[in-house]
Design a protein around this ligand. Sequence first.
Ligand SMILES: Nc1nc2c(ncn2[C@@H]2O[C@H](COP(=O)(O)OP(=O)(O)OP(=O)(O)O)[C@@H](O)[C@H]2O)c(=O)[nH]1
Ligand SMILES: [Mg+2]
Length: 336
Amino acid sequence: MMLGLFGSGKTTQIGKLSHYLMKRGMSVGVIAADMMRPAAYEQLEQLSKQVGCSFYGRKGAKSTDVVREGLQKLKNDIIIIDTSGRDALDDELIKELKEIDEIAKPDEKILVMSADIGQIAKKQAEEFNNAIGLTGVIITKMDGSGKGGGALTACGVAGVKILFIGVGEKIDDIEEFKPEKFVGRLLGVPDFEALMEKIKAVAPEGIEEVPEELNIETFYKQLKAARKMGPLKGIFETMGMVNVPKEVIEQGEQKMDIYEAIINSMTKAERKNPDLIRKQPSRIDRISKGSGVPPAVIKEFISQFEKMKKIYERLQKNKGMQKNLMKMFKGKGLGF
Ligand SMILES: Nc1nc2c(ncn2[C@@H]2O[C@H](COP(=O)(O)OP(=O)(O)OP(=O)(O)O)[C@@H](O)[C@H]2O)c(=O)[nH]1
Ligand SMILES: [Mg+2]
């Protein structure tokens, strides 16, 4: 069940989410239970045609009846209900959402908020949470607002979980929210995990599977494969991230150059086990001479690599997007 105020992006995210889930092998049905917005029916019907998911709606009916009927008719793995918005969370909206909640008993009650409300997201999330009980949040319009960071941190303070972010109006413009990834991006560290996913998607042959264990050797292979795909800018763009600032891209490119130089000067043993370098600082001097990279930067690389490895291992533990999603949709959260 998706809920939220007028224009927050509920209906659009339902289209995106359906597409996202279907790409991962699930069958999806959507129910048009927004009786408030003129043409909400048509908007959702159109989106369902676009993504190829099932659709149920009945114009002029009561939202509760539509939900009841839709749940009977649709036989999909996942059913998403579009609900009415309002200017504010008033008694009428609370009553309507509670009735739908009663009937559908949804596994997920997801509040959709637009990033441009900034810090107000805290109050809004709390209000909806108190009234209906939320299982998660989607922040939309992260592409267009300077206040996106505020909205994200506000959700953290409100204690609600951000599941996805909307990053544009197109059907692909949704990203699973991974705090580690986001922080990395803010710090200007290239998003290697996304890169690896991308590499696998566009070049499944000739490139190794994403490695079980990430060590500098396997990382290096991924890095080289990524570079073969061309400049970072294009790679980000094909991931739908068109608004990555130029400085971030340039920094990313530079970092990739530096990483490559460093790794080129490391021995095989060091690549397998970077701890060797930490234990014997003389190795850093050797790598520094070989690569022309100052020792401090090499140390930083090693420590960044260790951090990345931890994140990677955590992600590997949660292996399988499908499993993750099923868990999420059973209300257990993503386990981060
Ligand atoms: N830039 C941007 N625009 C978005 C995003 N998500 C939705 N929109 C746009 O926001 C507008 C409102 O989206 P809807 O999905 O209709 O919003 P809603 O919450 O269903 O609105 P009501 O049905 O009126 O309550 C549309 O023009 C969407 O294209 C996003 O992530 N980024
Ligand atoms: Mg809508």
